[in-house]
Structures are given as structure tokens and as C-alpha cells.
Write a protein of this length. Sequence first.
Length: 166
Amino acid sequence: MMKRLFFGAILLFGSFYSPMARASTDAMDEAVVGREAPDFVLRTLMRDKQSLKELIKGKKSIVFFWATWCPYCRKEMAVISKNMPDIQKRGIQFVFVNVGEDPNKVRSFLDKNKIEADVFLDENSEVAAKYRVIGLPTFVYVNKNGVINQIENALVNDYEQVLLKE
């Protein structure tokens, strides 16, 4: 009985003091539908540092949190690749954010799958925590004013309508 209480206390203590738990409780109100998308600055595959706010300023945007190990992310990547010409034609900025992986692994995955995209590298999952990402994939739909209109786990068919909401 004492062993169970001890291990339960350790698990409870660890959940409150782990970096991911601490980041998600600190950012509890940051990424919320109807509020401005939190800015972040991360290294990308092609640049030293890039700001989300600078990249999406004045543009309808879809921020896609993903990982190479995630089977649902790979499925969504195929959908995104198929829809990318239409997405770009409609003036929508697509933002890839890889969560928790080594840049070489990300680059290898993109090359192998013939996907041409710059990718934000959230190697420590801090931005994912800031956006309260619970599972992958996660799509954050941001209107041209920088406000989050919707958060989903798939690319919605009516993404343009979702992005038009003011």
C-alpha cells in the first residue's frame, strides 16, 4: 500500500513539474479560438530563425503541427500535397511545424516523399505546448487578421470558408 502511494505521489509530482506540463499550464490561455495566434520564432530547415507573425502577416494561414513518425500526419501530408496548388492559388499561407524531431530526420522524410516545404523545427515541443497541441496532426486555421478561427486534427474540406471568418 505504501509503495502505491509513494509511486502515485511521484507520478503526480512529475506531471506538475515536467517541462511539457509546466509549459502547457503556463500557456493555458494562449492558443484559443477567437484569439490572436501566439507568435513564435524558430529555426527552419532553410533559415536560421523565422517569426510566425512575420510569415503570416495579412495572410489567411493554416499552421500544421506534425511529426514523421505519426501515421495520420503522413496521411494528411498526402492530402496537403494534393491540395497545395489550390491552397497557394487561393493565397493561403501553409505553415509546417515539425514537433520534437531532429532536422536531418525531417529533411530526409521530405526528400523521400518529394515534398517541397520549409518547416519550422519545434525540437523541444515548446511551441506545440504553447498551442496546446494534444495530439498530432493538429491544424490551426488563422484568418488574415492573425486570429485563430478553428483548430482541427485534419485538413477540413471547407478550409477557405473557415479562414474567411472574421
